[in-house]
Design a protein around this ligand. Structure first.
Ligand code: PXG
Length: 456
């Protein structure tokens, strides 16, 4: 059992000595010490000094139903006692995985009726690479291997996930991307298209897909992968023209559309999936995070009937899988999580009540002197911090103001994420109107505190 009596100093010292954190500059962290979070309930977190935070990020875009759900703990407990582990490799299966697969098939858009389970979103995207290449190869199109993705996309941190992602700083560490992955522009109007009409910019960015297919040769392009809204890239909401044009291109050419729903799935945009919000029919759909509200690690790739038919009838053995593909306890918790989302009408509430309210209140922050743009959709929001509101000029030291604002938010009892100088929120979907008011008040105070730092 964890010794809960240790002091913050003791935890920080042990953390420094033994725990290599993800996406962390160790030297910087060790100089100051981690914030140790040891408790959560509803939409709130507490640290070992007893400070309370409103979790504006749902952990890491995942705790959709909020913390402290007894029902999920019970589902795990029950499943652990009954069958804590078994695999699905050697022509075996178990009820929790079958049950979850069937539920997912009912929820997912169109004919995405089959799922390959993984332990995370990154593994899901590794599975995407394996699946689309295997699919085309089964059809005799062995040259069709290239996957087109987008700059600044995030698709995970494994070799394939990071390669699909368009984060330059990740590619630089480890000689990525792996072969046959290429990146086109992103529909980030505020950062890359402000001197253009948003609609025209969206169209132009989408048409890069068509140009790239033609340049590489349709016979070599296997798939296009994209998040409905780029999350870790800065909550990049594409102009309205973008997705319809991508749909046109994907249906005109023989390439698969992979929609990465790891963040947008399970209610985040006010529909079950971002694909519902943008009327997309993916051929493959990676999912994770909100699938279990982060209570246990699980992900998967949903595939359409067309893909499933080829895999099952022409594919022979699919040489891919993980020890924890369809882990029974994770599956049982994911099913119980989906039950909660349905029973409490969480998606409908975000769509009709709390989502519109959050968006209205969040946009009010657009009048702040530090904010160049306040945007959002459903339970996602972003603020572009600028040095000069008139010219939208950026800061001399990129990223510093964002980090200051994140720190100020922590000090004001709010967790916000900084992506460079873009502040992000993705709160638990159960945040109510008074919680939204609290979030916006704390965000404004954090902006004020940050402004005071930049003007001194
Ligand atoms: N796809 C998308 C769209 C994601 O956002 C992954 C895949 C990978 O999932 P796993 O479960 O392997 O982490 C993600 C994950 C951030 C941040 O800093 C975002 C993610 C992960 C870690 C940090 O915003 N998204």
């Amino acid at each position: 059992m964890v010794d809960s009596k240790r002091s913050t100093d003791e935890w920080q010292s042990l953390d420094r000595d033994h725990f290599l954190h993800p996406f962390t500059n160790y030297k910087e962290l060790n100089a100051k010490g981690s914030r140790i979070i040891n408790r959560a309930e509803g939409v709130y977190l507490w640290d070992t000094d007893g400070r309370q935070y409103l979790d504006g990020m749902s952990g890491l875009w995942c705790v959709n139903v909020g913390y402290g759900r007894e029902e999920l703990a019970e589902a795990a407990h029950r499943q652990m006692r009954e069958l804590p582990y078994y695999n699905a490799f050697f022509q075996t299966a178990h009820p929790p995985a079958i049950d979850l697969a069937q539920r997912l098939g009912e929820l997912a858009p169109g004919d995405l009726n089959q799922v390959f389970f993984t332990g995370s979103g990154s593994e899901a995207n590794d599975t995407v690479v394996r699946t689309v290449r295997h699919y085309w190869s089964c059809l005799g199109q062995t040259d069709k291997k290239i996957i087109i993705s987008r700059q600044n996309a995030y698709h995970g941190s494994t070799m394939a996930g990071a390669s699909l992602g368009g984060m330059q700083f990740m590619h630089e560490q480890g000689g990525l991307p792996i072969p046959d992955i290429t990146h086109i522009g992103q529909p980030y109007w505020f950062k890359e298209g402000r001197d253009e009409d948003p609609g025209e910019f969206g169209l132009r960015m989408a048409q890069e897909l068509e140009e790239t297919i033609n340049k590489l040769g349709e016979h070599r392009v296997a798939a296009f992968i994209a998040e409905p809204i780029q999350g870790a890239g800065g909550v990049v909401i594409p102009p309205d023209t973008y997705w319809p044009e991508i749909k046109r291109i994907c249906s005109h050419y023989q390439i698969l559309l992979v929609v990465d729903e790891v963040i947008c799935g399970f209610g985040r945009t006010g529909k079950w999936f971002g694909s519902n919000t943008y009327d997309l029919q993916p051929d493959l759909m990676p999912i994770a995070k909100g699938m279990s509200s982060g209570y246990l690690p699980i992900g998967g790739v949903m595939v359409s009937d067309r893909i499933a038919r080829v895999l099952t009838e022409e594919g022979g053995e699919f040489a891919h899988g993980f020890t924890y593909s369809g882990h029974p306890v994770c599956c049982a918790v994911a099913s119980a999580n989906i039950d909660i989302i349905k029973r409490e009408n969480i998606v409908e509430t975000v769509a009709s009540e709390t989502g519109p309210y959050l968006q209205k209140r969040w946009r009010e922050l657009g009048d702040h002197p530090l904010v160049g743009e306040a945007r959002g959709i459903g339970f996602l929001g972003a603020l572009e911090l600028v040095a000069d509101k008139k010219t939208m000029g950026t800061f001399d030291k990129p990223g510093e103001t964002g980090l200051n604002c994140r720190e100020n938010a922590f000090n004001n009892g709010l967790v916000m994420r900084a992506v460079g100088d873009t502040m992000i929120i993705a709160p638990p979907l159960v945040l109510g109107k008074s919680g939204i008011d609290e979030l916006v008040t704390k965000a404004r105070k954090s902006l004020d505190d940050t402004l005071a730092m930049t003007s001194t």
